[in-house]
Design a protein around this ligand. Structure first.
Ligand code: G6P
Length: 612
């Protein structure tokens, strides 16, 4: 959700803050603000993107070696200058930025109003800055103590940074349920809601844990305590991320760069794990839990968005390969049900960001019922990675485009390896088949590379369909989740209404929508339930629907029926999602670009959803 960045040290803070905000803009982009302290405390903020803030600030006093900045994704209060962060306290001595939601803000707000506090925004955040000031005044305590007392009164999630005019050499930061990382440089500190703004300055980082408060002072060691006032020794970790990974590298958009990275990212997700020569798969992160999975009564996969689609592919893979019953749940539903879970169950959570609030809550629920919780995460050190009992990183590298692409294929690759690993241990597939699958999985990156060569052709198809209002994506078996993912990609970034459906379900509803203006994207690869899908294509054609088909190289039957065919190399049925998704990502990308949409930052969406 919102992006936070702060700095204290010998350099000018403003350029560091702005560069950091640009890096974090994928987290939220409806308004932005910055606060600097020199002799006075100065706040500049406006509706719009970080570049709008830069225009707004131009010509103003931007001096100061301590400061913080924020890019917002609105929860409470519309995107506006007044609702933008930082928020300032009544006597204008404290400023605060926040990511998360203060759930009991209404009661705190009315109490403060009764005591004469005036509110200038509609946000939940503003209560916190007034509350901290109120505590400082009434209890005569320094700012860090007032923050601690205030946070004990707050229900909800927060990552906050506070600057105080009276303490121009101090930054207070705290977190609960929203991420916060502190980069430690030579005599300087960088604070941010994820590591991307820090990497060019330092690779020594401390991830704050829930209910921890950091007291960051100029030329002093970092201090951390809990909101219950218990001191914690900061645990300094090495950041493994390079600058090149978070830059566009010559591509017009991060999304396109990330689509093109997939041969490499899928390879990276398998590196050191898929040992074709030795005929084994190893997943070091869950080695101690292999027996638990083998003995599991059930695996419940829980996730949101694109990660949920990867979970659906995982269901097919794990049931096919490992013969373990799998259920797939939206985290947001799972967390509020009363699911029947036992110590025999394994809950597998999938998350790119590792910060999705609903998925984190699902983990808590599963743990409270005694289940073993394993994670498949992309962001190293993220909250989900730390909250699970064990897990496997996808190693796709930072994903900046809001619409997930390379994270999805890396998740599916990890799920395929998990299925193979358990299958081998359980002996659920013959040795020869296992080896054949290993070889084929190893071939996938090269096959993805071949698909990317069809970019021009896919762009031509996009030109024809860029102005449609609706579209349907149909697939069966392993291609059903691919249809869902293809439809999600299109609606996310081009704002065209798109629905994914199991192809055979078409006749129970969507077929009523089909006429000559409705493009239908079929994922109609050979193997699986190919013949039946051909019948579905015939049904669409009979109703004058326009057909775009993803087919296996050399296919002739679908070609005879479809308006357009995009060929993908043949592969094992269970690995088709790793290939068939790629042309659908490109199709959505080109359509969105042609419609003039902001591909990397689609309206109303955010990369990591840290609120419910
Ligand atoms: C947001 C993102 C999606 C992502 C989903 C789940 O909606 O825009 O791309 O799939 O959250 O996020 P996670 O980080 O848990 O995979």
């Amino acid at each position: 959700m919102c992006g936070i960045v702060a700095y204290i040290g010998p350099r000018d803070a403003y350029p560091i803050l702005m560069k950091g905000l640009h890096r974090l803009e994928y987290r939220g982009y409806d308004s932005a603000g910055v606060c600097l302290i020199n002799d006075d405390i100065r706040i500049y903020k406006c509706k719009g993107k970080v570049s709008d803030l830069e225009d707004h600030v131009s010509g103003q006093d931007i001096s100061g070696t301590i400061g913080m900045a924020h890019t917002r994704w609105a929860t409470h209060g519309e995107p506006s200058t007044l609702n933008a962060h930082p928020h300032i306290s009544q006597n204008k001595t404290l400023a605060l930025i926040h990511n998360g939601i203060i759930e009991n803000y209404a009661s705190i707000r009315s109490e403060l109003k009764n005591r004469g506090y005036l509110f200038s925004s509609e946000t939940d955040t503003e209560v916190l800055v007034h509350l901290i000031e109120d505590i400082m005044i009434n209890e005569k305590v320094p700012v860090e103590e007032a923050v601690r007392i205030a946070l004990n009164q707050v229900i909800g999630a927060y990552a906050i940074v506070i600057l105080a005019k009276e303490f121009p050499d101090k930054i207070i930061a705290a977190r609960k349920g929203s991420p916060m990382v502190i980069g430690i440089g030579e005599g300087e500190f960088f604070i941010a809601s994820d590591a991307t703004p820090l990497i060019e300055y330092t690779d020594n980082v401390v991830y704050l844990n829930d209910e921890e408060i950091a007291i960051i002072e100029r030329n002093k060691d970092l201090k951390i305590k809990t909101i219950l006032n218990k001191a914690h020794t900061p645990y300094v970790e090495k950041l493994e991320m390079s600058l090149g990974e978070i830059e566009k590298g010559g591509f017009e958009h991060f999304m396109l760069k990330e689509i093109y990275e997939q041969p490499r990212s899928i390879q990276d997700s398998m590196r050191g794990r898929l040992h074709v020569d030795h005929g084994i798969v190893t997943l070091g992160g869950i080695r101690d839990y292999e027996q638990k999975i083998i003995n599991a009564g059930r695996i419940i996969i829980t996730a949101c968005g694109t990660s949920w689609h990867a979970g659906l592919v995982g269901e097919y893979l794990l049931e096919d390969l490992a013969r373990i019953a799998v259920e797939v749940e939206y985290s947001s539903e799972f967390r509020y049900r009363n699911p029947i879970l036992s110590e025999d169950d394994v809950v597998l959570v999938i998350s790119q960001s590792g910060e999705t609030a609903d998925t984190l809550a699902a983990i808590d629920l599963a743990k409270s019922k005694g289940a073993t919780v394993l994670g498949i995460c992309n962001v190293v050190g993220s909250s989900i990675a730390r909250a699970t009992h064990a897990g496997v990183y996808t190693h796709a590298g930072p994903e900046i485009g809001v619409a997930s692409t390379k994270a999805f294929t890396a998740q599916v690759a990890v799920l395929a390896m998990l299925g193979l690993l358990i299958a081998q241990k359980k002996g659920t597939i013959p040795k020869s088949k296992f080896q054949q699958l290993l070889i084929e999985l190893d071939n996938i990156p090269a096959k993805v590379e071949r698909i990317l060569k069809q970019n021009e052709k896919i762009r031509d198809i996009a030109t024809i369909y860029k102005d449609v209002k609706n579209s349907l994506y149909l697939g069966r078996g392993y291609n059903f989740p691919v249809a869902l993912e293809g439809a999600l990609k299109l609606k996310e970034i081009s704002y065209i209404h798109a629905e994914g459906y199991p192809a055979a379900e078409m006749k129970h509803g969507p077929i009523a929508l089909i006429d000559e203006s409705m493009p239908v994207v079929f994922i109609a690869t050979k193997r699986g339930i190919y013949d039946k899908v051909i019948s579905n294509i015939e049904e669409v054609k009979a109703r004058k629907g326009r057909i775009i088909a993803i087919v296996t190289e050399g296919d002739e039957s679908v070609k005879a029926l479809a308006d357009h065919c995009i060929e993908i190399p043949d592969t094992e049925e269970m690995f088709v999602p790793l290939l068939a998704t790629i042309p659908l990502q490109l199709l959505s990308y080109h359509i969105a670009v042609m419609r003039g949409c902001n591909v990397d930052q689609p309206r109303n969406l955010a990369k990591s959803v840290t609120v419910e």
